[in-house]
Design a protein around this ligand. Structure first.
Ligand SMILES: [Zn+2]
Length: 548
């Protein structure tokens, strides 16, 4: 039924576009469509498209996700029937909120065109079934700064559009899909504040285009993979969503999909298929840590632009259909994940751990990849592996997307922070983590982490010479003054809080240099105490709750 509706709208749009000149209120076309896929939409095109849709439909409202470093307002479309004026309207509402964003890397533009098409399909259908159960948020042009810096030199291996595409970075030269934990870009900060914290969508999709292995499947995607995420959500993505999307894409759109990845060794493709990695600096992994369903959509760069736009659009439509079908189950799953997270924080056991290093293993279900015979060219350091013209199907390739614990530390009831550093406390609150303060001094046993060695990385990552620490954890009794900051783990964002505050976390505030000034010595080497103390004791801490 849903597909029928989408197809009807698509047909109507095509018909109307043919006679557009004589129609006063034709559905708007994307620049990709109107240029026969030779060009991609500029920022001004996107805004005009949105305003045209708004003029034609009452189902769409536009909020601002944030302001880019170069001063552009980043539009957030809110689509509903009726369209909510704020999240407060949804308190007694059965509808679940879902969120799609595109163009985070502004050379990867097909998601932007697809997201605009998705908005048009949703609001121009008279009574689309989908809006009975869902409120759909869409940010079609997440990286507005990078979008208009169009050149044919950008992403040269990508197959069109011929006129060229924008650049990967925002106006501060930041890679927005590495900013999930440090939140240093106005775009990602805005998304966390104005989408995740404000609307609390149960589902998140981030649209990209890959640069990697050669295969016939034009559409790849994968879910949030960080192993600190909720097990039931992983199981649902792996066992229900993966086959559900695969089936919808094949049946409704005659499109092959595979989970996102690259060959572990292109010389021997059958050895394994590996995804990008589990770190929450990647936004889909970050949203997974927040106990919500998250998807990284990676279109295949070597097929033509029109195929990629349609692949992205059809993937979004397939997800909307699945979300519509599974709405009750998804809402229950995410609520249960929050409940389990809070319960663990109330009484963590020795089985509860934080993972500081992981192993990689195969999921139960292998993947079949329609690839090519590979040939090796060159020698030594110039060796390159390239596909031949000969097709070859690689069956039962292990999909190495299961990250497991290799090295762990104990998961606490909470973290006491003795430095009132506004950058550190502010960063926690930007994520939506509840930070409290003690209203009376307290003496209690805590775990103290003494840093014996702090190592800065030899090269810069996202503008940081990142820090890693070695040290010793000991249990000691300590007194904490009134006013000490406290982050309890009995909160739904506890996994994000632990990820930010654990000293040996691979994506935390120590790693991103926020604690350097407290840990690096000025004159001579000396062990330094990490000013964050883990609480395991059942002593009731008296706090003045500050909710953000
Ligand atoms: Zn990308």
């Amino acid at each position: 039924m849903l597909y029928d509706n989408f197809m009807k709208v698509a047909a109507a749009v095509i018909a109307l576009s043919i006679s557009q000149a004589c129609m006063a209120e034709s559905p708007p076309l994307t620049r990709a469509e109107s240029s026969d896929y030779l060009a991609t939409s500029r920022y001004a095109d996107v805004m005009t498209f949105i305003h045209d849709l708004q003029r034609q439909s009452g189902l769409l409202r536009v909020e601002t996700l944030g302001t880019s470093p170069e001063g552009k307002q980043i539009p957030l479309l809110v689509i509903g029937d009726p369209v909510p004026s704020s999240p407060a309207d949804l308190h007694r509402d059965e509808r679940a909120v879902v969120y799609f964003q595109a163009n985070i890397h502004a050379g990867e533009v097909e998601g932007k065109e697809a997201a605009l098409m998705l908005a048009r399909s949703l609001v121009l259908e008279l009574s689309p079934d989908i809006l009975d159960r869902l409120v759909v948020l869409i940010a079609p042009i997440f990286n507005a700064d990078g979008n208009d810096k169009i050149s044919q030199d950008n992403r040269p291996r990508q197959n069109g559009p011929a006129e060229g595409v924008g650049i990967r970075f925002n106006g501060l030269n930041q890679d927005l899909n590495r900013d999930g934990m440090k939140l240093e870009s106005p775009e990602v900060r805005g998304m966390v504040q104005n989408v995740l914290n404000r609307w609390d969508p149960v589902f998140f999709l981030d649209a990209h285009t890959h640069n990697g292995s050669y295969h016939e499947e034009p559409v790849t995607w994968v879910w949030g993979l960080n192993p600190m995420g909720d097990r039931a959500l992983f199981d649902f993505m792996e066992n229900t969503v993966w086959p559900g999307i695969e089936k919808r894409m094949r049946r409704e759109f005659d499109t092959l999909t595979i989970p996102h990845g690259d060959f572990l060794d292109p010389r021997q493709p059958e050895k394994g298929w590996v995804p990008l990695g589990p770190e929450p600096r990647y936004l889909s992994n970050y949203v997974g840590l927040r106990n919500r369903l998250a998807v990284l959509d990676e279109q295949y760069p070597y097929v033509d632009f029109k195929t990629r736009v349609q692949g992205s659009y059809h993937l979004m439509v397939s997800f909307l259909d699945l979300l519509h079908d599974q709405r009750d189950r998804i809402v229950t799953l995410t609520r249960e994940a929050d409940r389990r997270t809070i319960e663990r924080g109330l009484n963590p056991t020795s089985d509860d751990v934080f993972i500081i290093d992981h192993d990689q293993a195969a999921l139960k279900r292998p993947v079949t990849i329609h690839g090519y015979e590979m040939k090796v060219e060159g020698e030594g350091r110039t060796v390159r592996v390239r596909p031949t013209e000969t097709r070859q199907t690689y069956k039962d390739v292990p999909y190495l997307a299961k990250y497991t614990a290799k090295q762990t530390v104990s998961f606490p009831k909470g973290y006491l922070i003795t430095v009132g550093d506004p950058e550190i406390i502010g960063k926690l609150r930007e994520h939506g983590i509840v930070v409290e303060r003690l209203v009376a001094p307290v003496r209690l046993p805590v775990e103290v982490f003494t840093v014996s060695k702090l190592t800065g990385s030899g090269r810069s990552t996202q503008g940081h010479y990142t820090s890693t620490v070695e040290g010793q954890a000991t249990l000691e009794e300590r007194e904490f003054a009134s006013g000490t900051y406290y982050v309890r783990t009995a909160q739904s964002l506890a996994n994000v809080a632990a990820y930010l505050l654990e000293p040996q976390s691979n994506d935390g505030l120590v790693f991103w240099n926020y604690f350097d000034r407290y840990l690096a010595y000025q004159w001579w080497p000396e062990p330094k105490e990490y000013p964050v103390y883990k609480v395991y004791d059942s002593v009731q801490l008296v706090t003045e709750t500050e909710v953000y």
